[in-house]
Design a protein around this ligand. Structure first.
Ligand code: DGY
Length: 374
């Protein structure tokens, strides 16, 4: 195990927090500094092993900010607890990498970072939709490869989205934001699957449709369907916005892909294992008109064999939340979670987390997922 580089900010403070990756911005450091915390930050881009994290937790550690690339399991939480720790925050909204039950059993609060990724992630899903459907990266490679000999009526024909049907699997915050961007921006009908009806989204689209009609345009529809397969069957574009758990692991497998339209666009900015990537490679090989945009991968950072060679797949390295505002916001929220738990403050009760994004933050933890069980 090679020695990773760590730096310390605010040494000599009474509390000690480890931060497994350097985070953007300065505000998060101010939050922890105000809470009298020193920060030990790993500046090495390589993913830390659990042994390395345990070694850094050491004998005394009050809290930790970790990343979705790490496996925060029972062993790590027992180690943090033994070192006197009570607070952990993922630097992400998703926390499928965290054994929340183990954290709870060790009396450790688990924070996450909702409310700052919504539009940013949805925007990337939109970008992937168009990059895949309009063959942007394929055409970019063609240009750079020096193959462009002149305009042709038959070159790089892709999909037109206006008036077609967009499907969303998981109509939570990000899924709804994506749906609205596609419906409002591109006048698409919406079908979605979610365990629960999203009445606010349905009402919003009904109102938007009425507005269009008032302006002499065709109405749009929004329907919650009975199953994911129904969405896959009907939609011309499908974007995945589910959490990753046992129920959604390989939700999109060979059978699911087989019901999709042969020229559909599939986008995933949720978690890689929601798609059976081996089946996806096979499907894309046998359906060259089927197009895919992926931000996440089953064995991240690796891609399954064959994926990288497929022209009908656009791949980006899990950057859906990668805007300066969002990543700085995520850092502030993670720091505020840890600082507030260490100070004994309550959990923030509103969905509006903007007061935590600059200046002096409220005396509360913005988002603790196991608050009710501690
Ligand atoms: C998250 O926060 O869960 C995202 O995947 C990071 O982009």
């Amino acid at each position: 195990m090679s020695e990773k580089e760590w730096i310390t900010v605010n040494p000599g403070a009474s509390r000690r927090v480890i931060v497994t990756k350097d985070l953007p911005g300065e505000h998060w450091k101010q939050i922890l500094q105000e809470a009298d915390c020193s920060m030990e930050i790993c500046t090495d881009p390589a993913v830390l092993s659990n042994e390395e994290i345990i070694a850094r937790i050491g004998e005394r550690c009050d809290g930790a900010i970790g990343q979705l690339t790490e496996d925060w399991n029972a062993h790590l939480f027992a180690g943090l607890r033994a070192a006197g720790g009570t607070a952990y925050s993922n630097g992400a909204v998703g926390y499928n990498n965290v054994d929340v039950a183990a954290a709870t059993a060790n009396g450790i609060a688990v924070g996450n970072t909702p409310g700052v990724l919504t539009e940013t992630t949805a925007e990337m899903a939109v970008a992937l939709t168009f990059a895949a459907g309009r063959r942007v990266t394929e055409a970019d490679r063609f240009m750079r490869g020096g193959h462009y000999q002149g305009w042709l009526p038959t070159m790089f024909l892709g999909q037109r989205f206006v008036g077609k049907t967009v499907g969303v699997v998981g109509a939570g915050r990000i899924g709804s934001a994506y749906a609205r961007m596609m419906v409002e921006g591109h006048k698409m009908h919406l079908v979605y699957y979610d365990l629960y009806p999203n009445e606010a989204l349905e009402q919003y689209i009904a109102d938007y449709s009425a507005f269009l009609v008032e302006h002499g345009e065709a109405p749009l529809t929004c329907r919650r369907l009975d199953s994911v397969l129904d969405v896959l069957r009907e939609a011309d574009v499908v974007s995945l916005h589910t959490v990753l758990d046992d129920a959604t692991h390989h939700l999109i497998d060979a059978e699911a892909l087989a019901v999709m339209k042969p020229d559909a666009v599939l986008v995933n900015s949720s978690r890689g294992p929601v798609i059976d990537e081996v089946a996806l490679v096979e499907h894309c090989r046998s359906h060259p008109e089927f197009r895919v945009g992926l931000d996440v991968f089953e064995d991240e950072p690796a891609m399954k064999p064959g994926l990288a060679e497929l022209d009908n797949v656009v791949v980006v390295p899990h950057i859906a939340s990668a805007t300066v505002w969002t990543r700085e916001g995520m850092s502030s929220l993670a720091a505020a979670n840890v600082a507030a738990i260490l100070a004994g403050y309550p959990v923030w009760e509103s969905d509006d987390i903007t007061p935590f994004l600059s200046g002096k933050v409220p005396k509360a933890a913005p988002s603790i997922v196991n608050a009710a069980d501690l």
